[in-house]
Design a protein around this ligand. Structure first.
Ligand SMILES: *[C@@H]1O[C@H](CO)[C@@H](O)[C@H](O)[C@H]1NC(C)=O
Ligand SMILES: *[C@@H]1O[C@H](CO)[C@@H](O)[C@H](O)[C@H]1NC(C)=O
Ligand SMILES: *[C@@H]1O[C@H](CO)[C@@H](O)[C@H](O)[C@H]1NC(C)=O
Ligand SMILES: *[C@@H]1O[C@H](CO)[C@@H](O)[C@H](O)[C@H]1NC(C)=O
Ligand SMILES: *[C@@H]1O[C@H](CO)[C@@H](O)[C@H](O)[C@H]1NC(C)=O
Ligand SMILES: *[C@@H]1O[C@H](CO)[C@@H](O)[C@H](O)[C@H]1NC(C)=O
Length: 406
């Protein structure tokens, strides 16, 4: 095993550290070397996992609720990714999870800054772990990551072209992405109507609030925009009488409170067990969701990143993938399909002309896929906002499409 590997939390070789990516701004990474039966970890790709939010930690939700080797009870996860590949969890933007800023002025103010901070982290990481310079690299993310991951990929590619960093970036793949906020917001009302969750009256109310939010996004009044978004989410909650937005068919008790990024139990577990195991007790405390990260992004929160996806497809050899759990209300599939259909790129015709095909896992229909011009889209059955949690079989199929393992 490599020189830097050490025992961290639970069995398996790991490494982790803070990196000062800008003065006073510190990102945190946590690497799990693959547990696959290989003679060297370099035989397997490196996959970066970025949580959405923005401001939700990869080290918490991503590692312990979705794809890491264990859950917070210490139970092994059958569908964990580490058994197939090396996984790098990054707490981004700065201020998220174990990442921190020394003062308020250092929070990221826009998507580009988030991307450049991540490039800075990877430059340092690949220098201290040079074995990974030769290993295929893939970026996976979800939700708000639909904005962060593409720009990170583009900036990493550009840094590599300039000779500032050595890596083998192959693909960027995002799940139930918030890549085009307006398309997502305008899909709420029709989606709820077609699912039978609201009637025409509810449809009208939600449409109206969603249209008002889109108007504010275009006119760029940041405070009003954030306030209208809160109002829209509340209205949806009231009109649907508390539908579970991350998975509309999930049966939930009226007392159930859900928070994207982890509940109190995850928080306690991170603050106690993980913080101790990683010897981070003297560092700033892990936070489940740091709202300062969210609010510093301001009006940038609702700006699209579709033009970045276009640049990836037109200017780089990097494959771009989108997958969408069709039971999600947070970023509903029709909104995602909408921006993909209107996105213009050089080889779009290859995608348009491609046949949409079903995909099966062990003989069961798990979804549909369409690929062309280095762009792929996956519609996933029996899944909501978090496909990895809801339908790991379909996720394995998607992983194998890009990485060959999964
Ligand atoms: C690991 O791979 C080696 C070589 O292919 C094989 O001999 C061995 O049985 C494998 N071990 C496990 C636990 O699968
Ligand atoms: C977390 O720490 C608590 C208290 O020390 C302990 O009881 C529990 O078993 C630990 N959980 C895991 C998964 O290690
Ligand atoms: C957010 O993180 C900063 C440090 O990066 C910390 O000072 C602040 O208290 C955190 N905010 C919340 C709400 O946890
Ligand atoms: C729609 O809004 C009106 C006015 O606020 C309200 O009276 C009505 O109950 C709402 N309809 C639904 C289905 O929530
Ligand atoms: C834990 O971190 C502290 C502070 O950086 C360091 O002095 C100590 O040696 C570390 N302990 C272990 C077991 O690595
Ligand atoms: C897809 O990207 C690869 C490089 O990863 C490139 O060689 C190939 O020409 C691209 N194919 C299409 C159809 O765009």
């Amino acid at each position: 095993y490599p020189f830097l590997a050490r025992p961290g939390f639970g069995p398996g070789e790991q490494d982790w550290d803070h990196v000062e990516v800008r003065k006073g701004a510190h990102l945190f990474y946590w690497l799990y070397y693959t547990t696959a039966n290989v003679s060297s970890f370099e035989e397997r790709p490196l996959v970066i996992w970025l949580q959405g939010g923005p401001g939700v930690a990869s080290t918490g939700s991503g590692c312990f609720e979705q794809l890491g080797p264990f859950d917070i009870e210490g139970q092994p996860r059958a569908s964990n990714w580490v058994q197939h590949m090396n996984v790098l969890f990054i707490d981004s933007p700065v201020g998220t999870g174990f990442s921190y800023v020394e003062s308020f002025g250092e929070y990221a103010l826009n998507n580009k800054q988030i991307a450049l901070d991540l490039v800075s982290l990877m430059t340092d990481f690949l220098r201290s772990h040079p074995e990974f310079q030769r290993v295929p690299l893939h970026i996976f993310s979800e939700s708000y990551g639909g904005k962060m991951a593409p720009e990170f990929a583009l900036e990493l590619y550009r840094a590599q072209q300039r000779g500032e960093v050595q890596c083998q970036l192959k693909s960027v793949v995002v799940g139930n992405p918030f890549t085009s906020p307006v398309d997502t917001i305008l899909s709420y009302a029709p989606f709820l109507l077609q699912q039978g969750i609201v009637d025409n009256d509810g449809f009208k109310n939600i449409s109206q609030a969603a249209l008002e939010l889109s108007r504010l996004i275009y006119t760029g009044e940041m405070l009003k925009t954030v306030r209208q978004n809160v109002e829209l989410q509340q209205l949806i909650g009231e009109t649907t009488v508390g539908i579970f937005s991350s998975y509309i068919q999930r049966r939930t008790h009226v007392d159930y409170v859900y928070e994207y990024g982890g509940d109190q139990k995850v928080c306690d577990f991170m603050l106690n067990n993980v913080t101790k195991s990683l010897n981070l007790t003297h560092m700033p405390e892990w936070v489940v969701r740091n709202l300062s990260v969210y609010f510093h992004l301001g009006s940038d929160l609702f700006k699209p990143a579709v033009h970045i996806v276009t640049r990836l497809l037109d200017e780089t050899p990097i494959r771009v993938g989108v997958y969408s759990g069709i039971q999600d209300l947070v970023c509903p599939t029709p909104g995602t399909v909408n921006w993909i259909n209107s996105m213009m790129w050089g080889r779009k015709k290859l995608y348009e002309d491609a046949t949409r095909r079903p995909f099966h896992v062990n003989g069961f229909l798990e979804g549909y896929e369409k690929q062309g011009g280095n762009f792929s889209m996956f519609w996933v059955l029996r899944a909501g906002h978090m496909v990895q949690q809801d339908n790991p079989a379909a996720m394995s199929h998607i992983l194998r499409e890009f990485i060959d393992y999964g």
